[in-house]
Design a protein around this ligand. Structure first.
Ligand SMILES: Nc1ncnc2c1ncn2[C@@H]1O[C@H](COP(=O)(O)OP(=O)(O)OP(=O)(O)O)[C@@H](O)[C@H]1O
Length: 250
């Protein structure tokens, strides 16, 4: 099976006040259709920048990003295939827009009909009943807000979700519910996930394979079984494992 997401020798360089920050250095990995792939690493290692580069929101200075064999692009057709869910739904949802308006917006932009039915179905898909439809973000809990953000990302029926620490702003119990919701939606809709987390327990729960990043580069790639067996080779990965709450099964 050919890869759905192919990242080859990707470099991203920010220029700030005459100084260059090489946030991503020569990174390569690929993600098969319906796979869930994780990017882990400490803060500042370049994980979010890779997701942003895929969406055309970071200055790519080398290498290539291909989606379904074609160069990643911006624009409507791309947005319908690839959607992003951010860490903090409070800042990613418009404070003065109701849930209804938030969910209907992508439909209007892309000229999709059946507005009301699609909005209600989307709410149901993320476990929210119709009473949430006309609420504003401040009238929702953190977990409910993230459900709305996930529903919005799914409105155009994308193939790929880019998930940037999607549950790290949530309490532990709510976090588990949101992860279960994402897992269920992935299976039901045949989605492909590329997920950033600093938490190896989350990655272990969600991902088939993972790339470990440090200083903008991938230091190790592991599949889930190797991660769970404590088979990481790189000292840096072992440090991350030791530092996270993650306990490998014995
Ligand atoms: N717009 C920007 N301008 C300049 N430098 C940036 C910009 N965005 C990110 N960087 C830098 O790029 C590097 C990688 O940042 P990135 O956000 O990708 O890391 P991360 O691994 O996702 O970290 P975190 O887990 O804290 O989100 C950091 O050194 C960061 O300061």
């Amino acid at each position: 099976m050919s890869a759905l997401i192919e990242i080859e020798n990707l470099s991203v360089t920010f220029r700030q006040r005459g100084r260059e920050v090489r946030a991503v250095r020569d990174v390569s990995f690929s993600v098969a259709a319906r796979e869930s792939f994780g990017l882990v690493g400490e803060s500042g290692s370049g994980k979010s920048t890779i997701l942003r580069a895929i969406c055309g929101m970071a200055p790519v200075s080398g290498g290539s990003i291909r989606i379904g064999g074609a160069p990643a692009a911006t624009g409507r057709a791309f947005a319908a295939r690839v959607q992003m869910v951010f860490q903090d739904p409070y800042s990613s949802l418009h404070p003065r827009r109701t849930v209804d308006a938030t969910l209907a917006e992508p439909l209007a932009i892309h000229g999709r009909g059946d507005r009301d039915a699609r909005v209600l179905a989307a709410l149901g898909d993320v476990g929210l009943d119709a009473s949430f439809r006309f609420r504003y973000p401040h009238q929702l809990s953190g977990g409910q807000r993230q459900r709305v953000a996930i529903a919005r990302a799914l409105m155009l029926e994308p193939e790929i979700l880019l998930l940037d620490e999607p549950t790290s702003a949530l309490d532990a119990s709510v976090q588990a519910e949101a992860l279960n919701l994402l897992s269920r939606l992935r299976v039901e809709r045949g989605l492909t996930f590329l997920m950033v987390s600093h938490d190896l327990a989350v990655i272990d729960h969600m991902c088939d394979a993972v790339a470990v990043m440090r200083d903008g580069a991938v230091v190790e790639r592991l599949d889930r079984a190797t991660l769970a067996d404590g088979g990481a080779q790189e000292p840096y990965t072992r440090q991350l494992l030791a530092a996270s709450a993650y306990a490998a099964p014995v």
